[in-house]
Structures are given as structure tokens and as C-alpha cells.
Design a binder for this molecule. Structure first.
Ligand SMILES: Nc1nc2c(c(=O)[nH]1)N[C@H]1C(S)=C(S)[C@@H](COP(=O)(O)O)O[C@H]1N2
Ligand SMILES: [Mo]
Length: 517
């Protein structure tokens, strides 16, 4: 047990030191995170889809935790092995460092190997030191030392050297574990200090928009329904970044290049100095299941794409806007047409009156109404390349997802909750429907196997926004089912046949069971 603990302590020291080293540079190069990120990358698409669906926003801590558990087991085994075959255990520990470094380099750059390399060295040193105090394991007990010669040591030498004991061994394990805790804590402190300096920059706030969002019409929000504007803390979040990037806006730049006359590099201040628009836009993820939560609305502030394109001068032949995130090698492919057809495509810097939060893509992200997030809404944006589909393929397309991602018309029943109760004093079903950049024309509800009936639509906030609906239930008390379907402003009604979210989004009608009082 204690020997297993020695392996775990050495591994913990390695992780703590690796975390500390990473905190000065790229926090995502911290060994556990690097391995987790590489797994995300390598995981087959169905596994990723499953994780997003089942674990939602918790998929990241769960994955890191799983990697940690595997490491604890491996480290414990190495600790046991060290008793008899020290060289094997040390080599195994070093190999773990190499695995971390390889994952970090695979996901980032060569410099990202450093935390894992230092971690490997710390792990080996820790294990070496602990085992050097554990000669009692294979060798005779201290009491026997006087009579049984230890190889390579004279009995006289043994008598003058302080004898390694079980107590000394346990103390060594404790010292190494304490070293692990101290270095991990130090790494966390360094991370906090860095965050505080970027928070100071953020507190300076944002300029006023040249074109403010028109006020939302009063009737967009039905009483007692899902908030029309999603509170920022409830806004859905989907991305492949295991560690939320904390970008320092003062050294951040955005490059716009590719098939352009004059490539451009903008600082954060350059961007903020450009004329801005403010718009209410509903975002949706392609991984949203029928009835799912990955759809949210907010008031975005940003520089119109047209403004950027005007500055660089786009050359003929461009059909794709290829955006690069500074994190995790993420890229997205947006049709050039969608950023030039007059819709409010923008480089967003603010949400609901505040600079973007770190997990929203601070300092800047792309936003194109009407397209699923994975083809249009790149967070932690660092480069926009005007190019062609023939030349560049985006992150998710390489993993089998669709190249194009127009948001599919969808509708959802929010009230009552599935298996919930419809009160007799207010027997009203309600929900949302969305078909961004086309708009919602009609929502229909079907109770049990009855006729489809039209729901009443709340006031329209604009075609880039979702729309609330309500429906008065008039059936008898008891258990019922309800289905919903929407028709967009092009006249297309949602198809009944269900499809999976992979590769281009879920189709089908949301259905719930409920009890009317
Ligand atoms: N850098 C980066 N940007 C990204 C992603 C990502 O994984 N990395 N995910 C995209 C996806 S799939 C969606 S649905 C939206 C989600 O934006 P949100 O997290 O602000 O809701 O961001 C997009 N932008
Ligand atoms: Mo998404």
C-alpha cells in the first residue's frame, strides 16, 4: 500500500510541477490537460457526439478526471514495481512524461512539451528519492544489517550510514506529496494573477455601437416562459477546449489574410476603434438534439464583417472564410456568401453589454446569423483567411461533419416540462421555435393523435432570433402527449423523420408526455 502510494506521490509531484511550469506559458500544456485534449482530438466522432449529448458542459471535467484516474492506477503500479525493479519503474515514469509531451506538441507547438518534460524529470527524481529511502523493501531489516552484508556496502559502512527505515520511506512519500501540493497551488496562484491583469483590461469596457440594437418588442417574451434573452450564465457552451483560454487582449492580434489585396493585422484596440453594430442573435449548435438545450439568445456587439472585407480588398475566386482559433487547433469554414449577403455577420467583442467572457471567446469571436456554431462562430479568434473550399478543410469537416451548416428549422416544448403537470387554472403549453435568418411563420401542436392545431406566436423579434409560442390545451384531465412542429418563412415545415445530430443537425418533432389536472 505504502509502495503504491510512493508511485502516486511521484506522479502527483510530476503533475504539480508540470502545472506550475504551464501556468507561466500555455495553461493548456499542463500534462493532464494535454493528454485529455489529445484524446478529444483522436476520439472517434460518435464518442464525441455522445459526450456532448450526455455530459454536456461537464464532459471536460469528466474527461480530465478519467485521465487522472488512469494515471493514479498506472502510478500505483509503478510504485509497486519500483520495489523490485527500480530501473523499470523509473523508465515507466519517464515514459509518462514523454506521452504528456507528445500530446502537448500534437495539440499545440514545440514549446508546449516543456511542462511535461519538466514533469517527467520531477516524477523520476521523486521516485528515485523515495525508493532510495526504501532499501528495507528488498534488503534485510535494519536490525539484521549488522550481520548480513548489503551488496556494495561493507557492514562497517552500514553501521555508520543512517539506516533507511520504513519511517524514513513514509516521510519521503509525504515530502514528495507535499511538494506536489505546493507546486500545484503555486501554479494556480500564477494563473489567478494572470487572469487578474486581463480582468483589468476588460474593466475598461466597450465603445458604444455606431448602430445600436433596436429595442426588442415587448411581446417577444411570454410570461412564465424561457427567457427570450438567455442570462449569460445559462447560455449554452460547446467547444473542444479542455481549459478555457485566458487571452491577454493587450498582446492579442487578429490577422486577416489569404486571397486579399492588403493583409491586415489588428490589435484589440484597433478592433474597438472600428464602427460597431449591436444585434440580438440566437445561436444554435449542430449537436443540439430534438428538444435539446444548445440554443440561446443574446445581444452581441461587434465589427461588421463587411467593414473588415472593405479594408483588405477580397480577390476574385474566394468562396470560403476560414477562421482559426488560437486554441486547440480549431478551425471553421464559413461560406463567403454568408458574410457578404447583407446579414449581420460580425467579429463580436461583446455580449449583453459586457466584453465577452473567457468561455465565450474573449477577446473576439466570429458570429454569422443563420449558421450552426461549428461553421460560423469561432471563439478565441486569431486569424481569418479568405480562401477556397478546395484549399482548406475545417476541423469538424475533417472529422466527418458537414461542410455547410445552415441552422435547421426546429421547435421545442418548454412548458410543461416533459412528464410535468399542466395546471387546470392555466392549461397552456408554450415553447420556442427557430429558423435563424429565415424566420418562423407558423407553429403547430398535436395533442395525442389529434389534428395539428395552430399555436399562437409571440411577437416576432426578427428573423435572426427564435420565437416563442403558446397553445391553450382543452382536453380532459389525465395523461397526454404533445408534439410540436414549425414552419419557417420560406414555407418549409419541419419533417417528421428523426435524424441524428451527426453530420448536419437533428431533424424531427419534439414530443412530451404530460398530465393535465
Ligand atoms: N475556438 C472554438 N470556437 C468554437 C468552438 C470550438 O470548439 N472552439 N465550437 C463552436 C461550436 S460547435 C458552437 S455551437 C459555438 C458555441 O458557442 P458558445 O459556446 O458561445 O455558445 O462555438 C463555436 N466556436
Ligand atoms: Mo456546435
Amino acid at each position: 500500500m505504502a509502495r503504491a502510494a510512493s508511485g502516486v506521490a511521484a506522479a502527483a509531484l510530476a503533475l504539480g510541477v508540470g502545472h506550475l511550469v504551464a501556468s507561466f506559458g500555455n495553461p493548456a500544456a499542463s500534462p493532464l490537460v494535454a493528454v485529455g485534449s489529445a484524446l478529444v482530438d483522436a476520439a472517434p466522432t460518435p464518442a464525441k457526439t455522445f459526450a456532448v449529448r450526455v455530459l454536456g458542459t461537464y464532459d471536460k471535467p469528466v474527461l480530465i478526471g478519467a485521465v487522472g484516474v488512469v494515471l493514479v492506477v498506472v502510478a500505483a503500479v509503478l510504485g509497486l514495481v519500483a520495489t523490485r525493479h527500480r530501473a523499470v519503474a523509473l523508465a515507466g515514469t519517464a515514459l509518462l512524461g514523454v506521452v504528456g509531451a507528445a500530446c502537448a506538441v500534437y495539440r499545440g507547438g514545440a514549446a508546449d512539451a516543456l511542462p511535461s518534460v519538466v514533469a517527467g524529470v520531477a516524477g523520476v527524481a521523486g521516485l528515485l528519492w523515495i525508493t532510495s529511502r526504501d532499501r528495507g523493501a528488498a534488503a534485510p531489516r535494519p536490525a539484521d544489517l549488522a550481520v548480513v552484508p548489503v551488496p556494495g556496502r561493507t557492514p562497517a559502512g552500514a553501521a555508520t550510514t543512517p539506516t533507511p527505515s520504513r519511517r524514513g520511506f513514509l516521510v519521503a512519500v509525504g515530502v514528495v506529496a507535499a511538494g506536489a501540493a505546493v507546486s500545484a497551488a503555486a501554479g494556480t496562484v500564477v494563473g489567478r494573477v494572470r487572469d487578474a491583469s486581463s480582468a483589468a483590461r476588460r474593466a475598461l469596457g466597450l465603445p458604444a455601437p455606431a448602430s445600436p440594437a433596436p429595442p426588442l418588442p415587448e411581446g417577444v417574451q411570454l410570461p412564465g416562459m424561457t427567457p427570450f434573452t438567455t442570462p449569460v450564465d445559462d447560455f449554452y457552451r460547446v467547444d473542444i477546449s479542455l481549459v478555457t483560454p485566458h487571452v491577454d487582449a493587450s498582446s492579442w492580434t487578429l490577422t486577416v489574410d489569404g486571397m486579399v489585396d492588403t493583409p491586415l493585422t489588428l490589435t484589440y484596440d484597433d478592433l474597438l476603434a472600428m464602427p460597431m453594430i449591436e444585434r440580438d442573435i440566437t445561436l444554435t449548435c449542430v449537436s443540439n438534439e430534438v428538444g435539446g438545450p444548445y440554443v440561446s439568445s443574446g445581444r452581441w456587439l461587434g465589427v461588421p464583417f463587411a467593414e473588415i472585407l472593405k479594408r483588405v480588398g477580397v480577390q476574385p475566386g474566394v468562396d470560403q472564410v476560414f477562421s482559426y482559433s488560437l486554441d486547440s487547433g480549431y478551425t471553421a469554414s464559413t461560406p463567403y456568401q454568408a458574410v457578404t449577403d447583407g446579414r449581420d455577420a460580425m467579429i463580436a467583442v461583446g455580449l449583453d453589454g459586457k466584453p465577452l467572457a473567457d468561455d465565450r471567446g474573449y477577446p473576439a469571436r466570429m458570429l454569422v446569423p443563420g449558421l450552426f456554431g461549428f461553421v460560423a462562430n469561432t471563439k478565441w479568434l486569431e486569424r481569418i483567411e479568405l480562401t477556397t473550399y478546395a484549399k482548406r478543410t475545417a476541423y469538424w469537416t475533417e472529422r466527418g461533419w458537414a461542410t455547410d451548416g445552415p441552422i435547421l428549422t426546429q421547435s421545442r416544448i418548454d412548458v410543461p416540462k416533459s412528464l410535468g403537470t399542466l395546471p387546470s387554472d392555466k392549461p397552456v403549453l408554450a415553447g420556442v421555435a427557430w429558423a435563424q435568418h429565415r424566420g418562423i411563420d407558423k407553429v403547430e401542436v398535436q395533442i395525442d393523435d389529434g389534428e395539428w392545431q395552430e399555436a399562437s406566436l409571440a411577437t416576432d423579434g426578427g428573423i435572426d432570433l427564435w420565437r416563442q409560442w403558446s397553445f391553450r390545451f382543452e382536453g380532459p384531465a389525465g395523461l397526454h402527449s404533445a408534439r410540436v412542429r414549425a414552419t419557417d418563412a420560406t414555407g418549409q415545415t419541419q419533417p417528421e423523420a428523426r435524424t441524428k445530430v451527426f453530420p448536419d443537425g437533428a431533424r424531427g418533432w419534439h414530443q412530451i408526455q404530460f398530465t393535465s389536472e
